[in-house]
Design a binder for this molecule. Structure first.
Ligand code: GUN
Length: 291
């Protein structure tokens, strides 16, 4: 039976630590770090994530600003909002919640965020630095994943890591962070031949595909560390015809837990760690700007 990597508990202890750091920062520099979050439209999942980010900022004692724009906002207006936050000396981090409506070019928006306020680490300048091995803002979800793997106390060096998913937000950056820790890394994806065989070789398996419960016990090496990045809402229809929704990951938790050595739950795993790393990135951006 796998040991649970409790992202919620780990997050809480990191956020408690941050409270003290932020109080110290305010004493030393006369102001707190400030995170600005822009949300476009009414996507319920995005709204819920943004609420979580603002709540976490409040919890650690950080300032925050929430900019809410309508679904039909123009690209120019969104860029103007970002430009204003770029210029604002009181703002240390800017996050534009993704995905954006189809009429907006996400690349243009990410490029518009000042490199030194890019708390997501999505700006091409940060991505280039990450791959060059230079100091940079590391994307929040990959950073949280690494903290969770490291929390197990089992070393990464020399291990075989398989990342399923090749997104810019998770798959590619987490592969680079694992490589930096001397893992031998495979990036697998929907077209990988014999995906189950590839996954079964992994000492560290990161599932970031966005397909509910697709990683099953037979794809997991006994004792492996399994990190589930998926947050999928699936509907369940009861015998009486009522439909409810439940959150599941990309890993079939029930069967996987019988085989894995360590596993992250959904919810309460990677999600809270992503938000906590966003707080950490905002503090880091503050310190880089002020020094
Ligand atoms: N949408 C899903 N994950 C993220 C994230 O980490 N940052 C932003 N800005 N949008 C997201």
């Amino acid at each position: 039976m796998a040991q649970l990597i409790d992202g919620k508990a780990l997050s809480l202890s990191l956020k408690e630590e941050m409270k003290g750091r932020i109080a110290g920062i305010e004493k030393e520099f006369g102001r707190k770090p400030c995170l600005a979050v822009i949300i476009v439209g009414d996507n319920p999942a995005s709204r819920s994530y943004v609420r979580g980010k603002i709540k976490a900022a409040e919890f650690v004692g950080m300032d925050s600003r929430l900019v809410e724009l309508p679904e039909d906002v123009s690209e120019e207006r969104l860029i103007a909002e970002i430009a204003q936050l770029n210029e604002d000396e009181g703002v240390d981090g800017i996050l534009v919640q993704l995905p954006l409506p189809k009429h907006i070019d996400e690349d243009r928006i990410i490029d518009a965020i000042s490199l030194d306020k890019d708390v997501d680490g999505f700006h091409p300048g940060n991505v280039a630095k990450l791959w060059l091995g230079r100091p940079c803002t590391v994307p929040c979800t990959p950073k949280g994943i690494m903290a969770m793997i490291e929390s197990t106390g089992t070393g990464i060096s020399g291990k075989k890591a398989v990342v399923v998913g090749r997104s810019n937000i998770v798959g590619k950056p987490v592969a680079k962070l694992l490589l930096d820790k001397n893992a031998t890394v495979t990036i697998a994806h929907s077209r990988t031949a014999n995906l189950a065989d590839t996954c079964r070789e992994a000492d560290i398996l990161v599932a970031a595909v966005g397909r509910p419960e697709m990683i099953t016990a037979d794809m997991i090496k006994p004792g492996a560390i399994v990190i589930d990045v998926g947050i999928n809402r699936v509907s369940c229809t009861a015998a009486d015809g009522t439909t409810t929704f439940r959150l599941v990951g990309d890993v079939d938790f029930k069967s996987a837990t019988e085989v894995a050595g360590y596993i992250t739950p959904v919810p309460g795993g990677v999600g809270p760690m992503t938000i906590t790393m966003l707080m950490q990135n905002t503090i880091e951006c503050f310190l880089r700007r002020i020094n």
